[in-house]
Design a protein around this ligand. Structure first.
Ligand SMILES: [Zn+2]
Ligand SMILES: [Zn+2]
Length: 185
C-alpha cells in the first residue's frame, strides 16, 4: 500500500496530525507517516514579500524524498506564495509526488478571530486532500461541495466538504489504476 509522508514545517503543537492522517487514509486509502525533513527555510524565504515560496518547498521535497514515499505533504505554519499570486493555501505537483499546504491563512487568528482548533483542523484536512488530489492527477472541479473545487478565500474552504464528488472519485480510481499498472511494468 502506498505511503504518504506528512512533513511539518515550523509548526508548534500538532493537534491536527491525527485527524489529518485519518482524513488522508479515508480519502486515498494510503498509510501515512509523520517525518521531520531538513528543509532549507532560508532558501524558501522571500525577504521582499516576507513569505515562503511554496514551489521551492516542492522542489526540495522532490530533490530528496524520504525512502519509500509515494507522496510527501509538507504542512507549514508560515505564509506561502507563488510569484503570480498574493498567497496560496497550498500547491502541488500535478500527477507528481510533492504537495504543500499552509496553516497560516486557515487559522481564524489571521482574520482577527479567536483561534479555533476544530475549524483549523477541518480546513487543513480539506486543503490537504485537495492538494494530494492534484498529485493523483485530479484537476479543479466545479461541483459545489466537492473537495477539488478551487478555494480563493477561506470561506470557500468552509463551504466545501472533505469528500470528492462522484466524478472526481471516479477520476481518482482511474488515475490510481493507471499508476498501479505503471508500477507493475
Ligand atoms: Zn487546486
Ligand atoms: Zn469534483
Amino acid at each position: 500500500m502506498s505511503l504518504i509522508y506528512i512533513a511539518p514545517i515550523q509548526t508548534g503543537s500538532r493537534f491536527w496530525l491525527k485527524p489529518l492522517e485519518a482524513g488522508i487514509h479515508r480519502a486515498f486509502g494510503c498509510r501515512t507517516r509523520c517525518v521531520d525533513l531538513p528543509f532549507d527555510l532560508a532558501g524558501i524565504f522571500d525577504p521582499g514579500r516576507r513569505q515562503y515560496n511554496s514551489s521551492k518547498i516542492l522542489l526540495q521535497i522532490i530533490a530528496a524524498p524520504p525512502p519509500g514515499a509515494s507522496r510527501v505533504l509538507a504542512v507549514a505554519d508560515v505564509d506561502l506564495f507563488i510569484p503570480i499570486l498574493t498567497f496560496v493555501f497550498g500547491e502541488a505537483q500535478l500527477g507528481g509526488m510533492a504537495a504543500a499546504v499552509s496553516l497560516h491563512r486557515l487559522n481564524s487568528k489571521f482574520y482577527g478571530l479567536p483561534e479555533n482548533q476544530t475549524v483549523l483542523t477541518e480546513r487543513l484536512v480539506k486543503e490537504s486532500i485537495h492538494e494530494l488530489g492534484h498529485t493523483f492527477g485530479l484537476l479543479h472541479c466545479r461541483q459545489p461541495g466537492c473537495v477539488m473545487v478551487n478555494s480563493t478565500y477561506v470561506e470557500d474552504i468552509d463551504q466545501k466538504s472533505v469528500d470528492m464528488c462522484g466524478h472526481c472519485g471516479e477520476q481518482l480510481r482511474v488515475m490510481r489504476h493507471l499508476q498501479a499498472g505503471k508500477e507493475h511494468l
